[in-house]
Design a protein around this ligand. Structure first.
Ligand SMILES: [Zn+2]
Length: 630
C-alpha cells in the first residue's frame, strides 16, 4: 500500500473536518457550514463511507482528506502529506522541503526576474530601439521619473534578446523556461516570450518581481500578454502596484482597484497612491485576502460598459469573496499541534494559519462607476477632481447591484418586478447580517413599490421553486467503497495526456475533481497549471514521482494520433460521467438525510440548485457518449 493510501486509511475525514467545521450527523452523512464560503444553511457534507467531502453550495467542489487540508490550510501537496502523515503516526521516508527550502527554490527565479526587469528598463531608457516605447509613454503622459519608479521596460522585436542576455549572466535555459521569460518550441529550441512589447514588471507586496505584464506597441495580437503561471507568478493572487500602494492603502484605509497597468501609473503619478490593478479579471479570493491585510475597504473602479453587462456576475463573485472567511474563528488547538509545540518543534502550519485567519477582517466592497468611454487613466490625467469625486461617491456593492438590476428592466410592469426579484434572490440569500438584510429589503420593496412581506415571500419562493423531493430508489444507492485500488481510466487518461502534449486541448473539460485517486488528482493539477512549460516533474514529492513513473511506463496501445484522440475522448467522457453520477448519488443521500428535518427550505433550495445542474450535466454526457458509440 502506498503511503498516501495508508494515510487515507488512518486519518478519518469526519474527525479531521470536525476540527474546522462543526458537523452534525444527517443520516449516513455529516453536514455543516461550508468552511470555504459563507452561508447560513449547511451545504457542506462529509461522506464517511467514501471518506470524501463536497460543498453543494457556492463552491460546488469536493475531494478527500488531502484536498480538504490543502484548501483549508493553503498547503501544497508535500506540506499536506507531511501534516497528515504526522497525524496518522506515519514516518515519511523522504522528508519534504520546509518553507525555507521552498524559498531557496524560488530564489533563482527572483534573481532572473530582477535581472530581466533591469535589462528591459535599460533597453527602454537608453537605446535607439526603445524609442518607439518612449514615444508611446510620452503620448500617454508618462514621464521619465514615473518610468523609473515603475521600472517600465521594453523588449525589442527580436527572438532572443532577453534569452541571450540572461544566459550571458550565467542562468541556464531550464531556469529561464521556468521563469516564463522564454518559451520552448517543439524541437526544444527556445525564444523570448515578450517581443516588441512595453514591459510592466509585476511585484509582490515586498517589491520583488514575480512576473511581467506586456503591452503590444503595434497592432499585433494579443494586445496584452502576461507571464504564465510559474512558481513565483500566479495571476489569481498578483496585484499590480501593491508594493508601491501598500503604505498609502494602510494610511487611507482604502484601496482602489482598477483594471489596467496604465491606470495605476496615472493614479500614482497624480498623487493617488492607494490604487492597484487586478490582473484583468474580477477580484479573486486570494487577491482579497492579500488586500485585507492592509485594509478592509475596497473600492472597485468599473468602466461603464462592463459595469452594465457584467456587474451582476462580478458583483456576486466579489460579494462571496468579501463575505468569505467572515466566520473565521479561533479554533482550539488540536492535541497534535499542542504536542508538537511541547517538543519544541516548529509550530505546525495549522496553528499559524489559524492565527492569521482569526485576524482576517471582513471587507466592505464599494463600486465606483466610470463615465462612459473613459479609463481611469484618461480621467485622472484630464480631471483629477472628477476622479476624486467619483472615489468619494462610490457606493456599496449591494446598492450597486440593486440599482443596476432595476435600471435594466421596466419595473412598472409586473414582469419586470418579478424578474428583478428572481435575479436578486440569490444575492439576498448571501446577506448574512440581519440589519443589512432588512435595510436592503426595505429599499427594494420601496423601489419596486411592493409590500415588504410580499417581497420577502417572493424572494424565498425563488430560492425554493426548483425543489424536488425524491427519496433514493432502493438499489440505486451509491456504492460506497473506499477507493484504494488502481484506477485504470484515470491512469490511461493521464498517461496519454502526459506523453502526448498535443492532446492537451482535449482535456479542457477536465478538472482535478474528476480524479478520485489522490496521486492522480495532484499530478493532473500540476500538469494543468503549467500551460506553456512542462510541469516541474523533478520537484515532485517522492510519492507522486512513483506514480508518475508508473504512468510513463504504462503501455499505450494506440499507434496513430487519431486513435489516441478517440480513446482519450472516451476516457474523459467516462470520468465526467462517473463524477456526475457520484454527485447525483451524494445529493440523493443528502436529500434523503435532510428530508425528515424541519425548517430546511433554504438549504434544500440550495441543493436543488446544484442538483439540477448535475443531472443536466449527466444527460449531456450520456448524449455525447451515445453519439460516440454510434
Ligand atoms: Zn462551499
Amino acid at each position: 500500500m502506498s503511503i498516501i493510501a495508508e494515510i487515507k486509511q488512518k486519518v478519518d475525514i469526519v474527525e479531521l473536518v470536525s476540527e474546522y467545521v462543526s458537523l452534525q450527523k444527517a443520516g449516513r452523512t455529516f453536514k455543516g457550514l461550508c468552511p470555504f464560503h459563507t452561508e447560513k444553511h449547511p451545504s457542506f457534507f462529509v461522506f464517511p463511507e467514501q471518506q470524501t467531502w463536497h460543498c453543494f453550495g457556492a463552491c460546488s467542489t469536493g475531494g478527500d482528506v488531502f484536498s480538504f487540508i490543502m484548501k483549508k490550510e493553503g498547503l501544497d501537496f508535500g506540506q499536506a502529506l507531511q501534516l497528515l502523515a504526522r497525524r496518522a503516526g506515519i514516518t515519511l521516508a523522504t522528508p519534504r522541503s520546509s518553507a525555507g527550502a521552498e524559498d531557496k527554490e524560488k530564489e533563482p527565479l527572483f534573481q532572473i526576474n530582477e535581472s530581466a526587469a533591469q535589462y528591459y528598463h535599460h533597453l527602454l531608457k537608453t537605446t535607439k530601439v526603445g524609442e518607439v516605447a518612449r514615444d508611446y509613454l510620452n503620448k500617454r503622459k508618462v514621464n521619465t521619473e514615473t518610468m523609473a519608479e515603475f521600472r517600465l521596460g521594453f523588449s525589442p522585436d527580436a527572438w532572443e534578446t532577453i534569452k541571450r542576455y540572461l544566459v550571458s549572466k550565467g542562468y541556464d535555459e531550464k531556469a529561464l523556461l521556468q521563469s516564463g521569460l522564454i518559451v520552448e518550441r517543439e524541437d526544444k529550441s527556445s525564444y523570448d516570450r515578450f517581443r516588441n512589447k512595453l514591459i510592466f514588471p509585476i511585484s509582490n507586496i515586498d517589491g520583488r518581481v514575480i512576473g511581467f505584464g506586456a503591452r503590444a506597441l503595434d497592432d499585433s495580437l494579443p494586445k496584452y500578454l502576461n507571464s504564465p503561471q510559474t512558481p513565483l507568478f500566479d495571476k489569481s493572487s498578483a496585484l499590480y502596484g501593491i508594493d508601491k500602494a501598500r503604505a498609502a492603502i494602510r494610511e487611507k484605509n482604502l484601496v482602489i482597484v482598477v483594471e489596467g497597468y496604465m491606470d495605476v501609473i496615472a493614479a500614482h503619478k497624480n498623487g493617488c497612491r492607494n490604487v492597484i490593478a487586478s490582473m484583468g479579471t474580477s477580484l479573486t479570493e486570494k487577491q482579497v485576502e492579500i488586500i485585507k491585510r492592509l485594509t478592509k475597504n475596497i473600492t472597485l473602479a468599473l468602466d461603464a460598459d462592463t459595469a452594465g453587462q457584467e456587474a451582476t456576475l462580478r458583483g456576486r463573485e466579489v460579494l462571496y469573496h468579501s463575505l468569505d472567511k467572515k466566520r473565521a474563528e479561533m479554533l482550539p488547538y488540536s492535541n497534535e499541534s499542542a504536542r508538537s509545540m511541547h517538543k519544541g518543534e516548529e509550530p505546525s502550519p495549522v496553528l499559524a494559519q489559524k492565527v492569521i485567519l482569526a485576524n482576517t477582517l471582513d471587507a466592505q466592497i464599494n463600486v465606483l462607476c466610470l463615465p462612459l468611454g473613459k479609463d481611469p487613466d484618461e480621467l485622472i490625467n484630464e480631471d483629477l477632481t472628477a476622479w476624486q469625486n467619483l472615489v468619494e461617491q462610490a457606493i456599496p456593492i449591494l446598492d450597486f447591484i440593486i440599482s443596476n438590476m432595476i435600471a435594466k428592466v421596466d419595473i412598472n410592469k409586473a414582469r419586470g418586478k418579478s424578474l428583478v426579484v428572481e435575479k436578486l434572490a440569490p444575492v439576498f440569500a448571501e446577506i448574512e447580517d440581519p440589519v443589512q438584510r432588512s435595510h436592503y429589503l426595505t429599499r427594494l420593496a420601496r423601489e419596486l413599490k411592493l409590500d415588504q412581506a410580499d417581497l420577502k415571500a417572493a424572494l424565498r419562493r425563488h430560492m425554493s421553486t426548483r425543489r424536488i423531493l425524491r427519496p433514493p430508489e432502493p438499489g440505486a444507492e451509491p456504492r460506497l467503497t473506499r477507493q484504494l485500488v488502481s484506477n485504470p481510466i484515470e491512469e490511461y487518461c493521464l498517461a496519454l495526456l502526459f506523453r502526448y502534449p498535443e492532446l492537451r486541448q482535449l482535456a479542457q473539460q477536465l478538472s482535478p475533481e474528476h480524479f478520485e485517486c489522490t496521486e492522480n488528482r495532484e499530478l493532473f493539477s500540476k500538469w494543468q497549471s503549467c500551460r506553456d512549460v512542462l510541469p516541474p516533474w523533478n520537484e515532485l514529492d517522492a510519492n507522486l514521482l512513483e506514480q508518475l513513473n508508473y504512468l510513463f511506463d504504462k503501455p499505450i496501445i494506440e499507434q496513430d494520433s487519431s486513435a489516441r484522440q478517440r480513446v482519450l475522448n472516451d476516457c474523459i467522457l467516462r470520468l465526467q460521467e462517473r463524477r456526475s453520477r457520484k454527485l447525483e448519488a451524494g445529493r440523493e443521500l443528502v436529500l434523503h438525510a435532510t428530508r425528515e428535518e424541519e425548517g430546511i427550505d433554504a438549504e434544500l433550495a440550495k441543493l436543488e440548485e446544484t442538483g439540477i445542474d448535475t443531472s443536466q450535466q449527466l444527460k449531456e454526457i450520456m448524449f455525447k457518449r451515445a453519439k460516440e458509440i454510434k
